[in-house]
Design a protein around this ligand. Structure first.
Ligand code: ADP
Length: 573
């Protein structure tokens, strides 16, 4: 009833204050706590650091019996348990770092009710000893951390997670179950509910917006990127930053460039004399462990302000004063971007996340994703499905680069959170700030170009006789986007002429339009569903679900081009 719930809520606040010293729950936390206390299963979707642990630790203290916390991170269990013990919470763990005797002792204590929170790895649940412990001990709550590991569709599938559902079902009385993850994918969330056997769970998505982060997206030719990064680093001499690159080679090249260019840009007398250390250090998985350790230490202790890294950098690195994260290339998904960019501003102070990208990043990503994916455990059909889902993740990332909407809003919506307070407010700007809210956009009518592109995609399926009449049957499925652009621009390239593509009626139709513009519009049309670019080694441009619109008389197509204002927090130049 109402009174019970109110009392439960007050007890929860009291426990939050008593054990953790906090006066209030963060948005989302209290709903999860209340649901668990009322006996309702929960799926909590929150990013790392948003405060998932409290969501099950508070109920654990208020419910009778033991709470079992299933976590894949054995290496972190001791720290977690020590932290809880310091706060006066009786917690312990059983795992493979202990002798069988130690394990037995902990389990007996838990069975006697002397342990409120018991941390275990999923493998543990399948052991005879743990099953018999569970059969004789009242377990009120099971909290499953990193719950996405149960899904084959996520990045971190662990077969040991598949046993959790069975374990729960085998218990003499069913505890309430809370599953926690940071995963956005709908498919993975559905898997979690199904595989863990959650019953009518309260699903809460929260904490994804980071109000102290300024999001910036800049489209830029590859060859200009290094100079841009050097300028940025030079203009922010007292700040610590991470620059993410997509290859190991790039990290080393860019770190070398920064070390050479940045002192020169800052000039003499800028407080950066010749004997102050290097500006940047490279970090990637191919480096010897010793060098990697040194790079990490130098960065964390502020001996070197900038680390230029692959995505191997960041796991378990705790540095709160990172003032900027620059992505030199577009990552594979919003999830990856959010995680990497989110390493900025952990201390809550204003920080900047900049993504540099261009169309060739998309091409590279597509190619990687199509050639890359092989997994012996999966059938060819399953592999295809995974490839498709990765393709969708990439589309989400491309959408972020292209959107003219608030970037905070794009991000939080992507993760399924309701529009947060920091997204575009009454004044049309977001709280944390983003380049889109700070910019005005010029709208360019590209209807004619879009029509010509669409027409060309059709035309190239046929061959033409000398009078320019199409041969009856289609001779090919289509061509890649490079060829389409070349034909429209009237290219004299060998392979265009050799394949007699100059006889195609679209040949030279867009001679007056800059090549980059044609390429951009084609790519935008694919994003908007007018075209599709097939998967595979040789991607082919075909018609998308909205293709017919391009031949309708009232077809109208615009692109938005950002008009940059001088960015906040950046020096001139
Ligand atoms: P997660 O498990 O989601 O990665 P944690 O539970 O470790 O995150 O919490 C991250 C940090 O936020 C911790 O330092 C925690 O003490 C703090 N925190 C959690 N809840 C609150 C709250 N209601 N108010 C203030 N700080 C909180």
């Amino acid at each position: 009833g109402r009174t019970d719930q109110t009392t439960g809520h007050e007890a929860a606040l009291g426990a939050l204050k008593q054990y953790f010293g906090y006066d209030s729950f963060r948005p989302g936390q209290s709903g999860i706590v209340d649901a668990l206390l009322a006996g309702r299963d929960v799926l909590g979707v929150m990013p790392t650091g948003a405060g998932k642990s409290v969501c099950y630790q508070i109920p654990a203290m208020l419910l009778p019996g033991v709470t079992v916390v299933v976590s894949p991170l054995i290496s972190l269990m001791r720290d977690q348990v020590d932290g809880l013990n310091d706060a006066g919470i009786p917690a312990d763990f059983v795992n493979t770092t202990q002798s069988p005797d130690e394990q037995g002792m902990v389990l007996s204590q838990a069975a006697r009710g002397e342990v409120k929170l018991l941390y275990v790895a999923p493998e543990r649940l399948e052991t005879e000893r743990f099953r018999s412990f569970a059969a004789r001990t009242p377990i009120s709550l099971i909290a499953v951390d990193e719950a996405h590991c149960v899904s084959q569709w996520g990045q971190d599938f662990r077969s040991s997670y598949l046993g959790i559902g069975d374990f729960i079902a085998s218990l003499p009385s069913r505890p309430v179950v809370g599953a926690f993850t940071a995963t956005a994918t709908e498919r993975v969330r559905r898997d979690i509910v199904a595989m863990l056997g959650l019953r009518n769970p309260a699903v809460t998505v929260t904490g994804f917006d980071r109000e102290n982060l300024y999001f910036d997206v800049i489209k830029m030719e590859t060859k200009r990127k290094a100079a841009w990064v050097a300028r940025y680093v030079a203009d922010h001499p007292d700040e610590s930053g991470i620059v993410y690159c997509s290859t190991r080679k790039e990290t080393e090249a860019l770190a070398a460039t920064l070390n050479e260019a940045v002192p020169a840009l800052r000039g003499a007398g800028a407080g950066n004399g010749p004997d102050s250390g290097p500006v940047a250090v490279a970090y990637h998985g191919g480096m010897p462990a010793e060098a990697r350790g040194r790079a990490q230490r130098d960065f964390v202790t502020d001996a070197v302000p900038v680390v230029v890294a692959t995505n191997a950098f960041g796991m378990g690195i705790d540095k709160s004063n990172v003032r900027y994260v620059i992505h030199h290339n577009m990552p594979e998904s919003i999830e990856a971007y959010y995680q990497e960019a989110g390493r900025a501003g952990r201390d809550g102070l204003p920080s900047r996340c900049t993504l540099l990208w261009n169309e060739s990043d998309i091409v590279t990503r597509r190619r990687l994703l199509d050639s890359d994916y092989e997994n012996d455990r999966l059938t060819p059909e399953e592999q295809e499905a995974v490839r498709l889902s990765k393709r969708r993740l990439l589309d989400g990332m491309v959408g972020y680069c292209r959107t003219a909407d608030c970037l905070h809003m794009y991000m939080t919506r992507y993760f399924g959170e309701e529009t947060p307070a920091s997204a575009r407010g009454g004044d049309g700007k977001c709280k944390g700030g983003c380049t889109n809210c700070d910019s005005t956009f010029e709208t360019i009518d590209v209807t004619d170009v879009a029509r010509a592109i669409s027409r060309c995609v059709h035309d190239v399926m046929y061959d033409y006789d000398d009078a320019g009449r199409p041969t009856r049957a289609a001779v090919r499925q289509g061509l890649g986007s490079g060829k389409i652009v070349a034909i429209l621009r009237g290219s004299q390239a060998q392979d265009v002429l050799a394949r007699r593509l100059d006889r195609c009626p679209s040949y030279g139709r867009l001679r007056e339009t800059p090549e980059a513009r044609v390429r951009d519009i084609l790519s935008q049309m694919a994003t908007d569903g007018f075209l599709v670019i097939s998967e595979g080694r040789m991607p082919i441009v075909g018609f998308g679900r909205r293709a017919a619109e391009t031949v309708a008389p009232d077809f109208h197509y615009e692109i938005k081009r950002i008009e940059r204002k001088p960015a906040r927090g950046m020096g001139a130049g």
